[in-house]
Write a protein of this length. Structure first.
Length: 90
């Protein structure tokens, strides 16, 4: 077999190898993009949940303050804060 024939036979193999590599890179890029999107979505949900818990704490504190004197309210407020803080830290 001549050198030219060998070269022509190697070209399709090189082409196929290059295509496999390119496809693999595209696949991993898509997976990375999907993972990033999922992480961003998770963060949005977590931030929304934290905001909701803080708003609930504000409502609890308001209710405590409107139904108690400041001296009576302090331990109740601290308890409500500690519970909310523990939930947010999860």
């Amino acid at each position: 077999m001549s050198q030219q024939q060998q070269h022509h036979q190697q070209q399709p193999n090189n082409f196929l190898e290059n295509m496999k590599k390119a496809t693999s890179k595209i696949g991993s890029t898509l997976v990375d993009a999907g993972a990033k999107t999922m992480l961003k979505t998770d963060m949005v949900f977590l931030e929304r949940d934290i905001k909701s818990k803080k708003q609930e704490l504000g409502l609890q504190i308001y209710d405590i303050l409107t139904s108690s004197t400041a001296i009576e309210a302090a331990p109740q407020i601290q308890k409500a804060f500690d519970e909310t803080h523990a939930e947010v830290q999860k």
